[in-house]
Design a protein around this ligand. Sequence first.
Ligand code: PAF
Length: 281
Amino acid sequence: MNISTNTALQEQIQDLKAHEKIIGLVPTMGALHEGHLSLVNFAYQYCDVVVVSIFVNPTQFNNSGDLEKYPRNFEKDYQLLISNNPKTIVYTPSINHVYGEDVKAEEFDFGSIVSYMEGQYRQGHFNGVGTVLKRLFAIVKPHKAFFGEKDFQQLQLVKKLVEITQQPVEVIGSPTLRMPNGLAESSRNYRLTPAEVEEASLIYKALSQAKTMFNDFSINEIKSSIQDLFEDHQLLELEYFEVAPTSTLIPAQTKKTHLNYRAFIAAYIRDVRLIDNLALN
Ligand code: PAF
């Protein structure tokens, strides 16, 4: 079912909760793909009913061109969700329902997890994400909320957000869905030609190479080998490659034995910016 007003949604949720149903929320900005469906299906392993919000959040775009170009196709998204699972509630609020008159990002103190990589290259982005999620959690009041590991920094940020705002939501991460060539599923892939989709598989190859090298090479050696790999591929421009512990997300120079590390990449193919990451140990 599609619900677009907060009152109608809240009535529905209250009724479900009165029947002891567990409610999950999968927040999205639409342009849905297999990765979203796998996240929704993952959520159904933990919940009786999943609310999928479709809301293109203006406050998280640091580039107004990106906001304009963001693909929007509600009818297709709705059909995908309902044919995947007819119990799904598709919540499509207006800007006014989410923000009222005050369409601006709040300032949060998320600490080191947002200081580097996406936080560094997309100024203001994470405050916008935090603002919209705080509001969506307050409107939907789900028991659990689900986020893909492809946006690993975002996932860590949401865990921090619920801690700071003390919202009673359990935040659960779901593994990244990949195409057969390894490219992570993303709404931005819609903007790539089939040949570019093949080229973009270099991102996953680079992450896999970093994983293979992780035990035997220093972080500096891994970084220069990944930079060399990108230099050989003209179509892709590497914005950053970093190795960071999952606990702090501060890019590391040396490895410590007791920490879990991930490798993170952002790269451009033309004007399409793609990100991905992979656990290294
Ligand atoms: O990952 C996204 O699509 C967005 O950042 C989110 C979580 C829906 C917030 O607008």
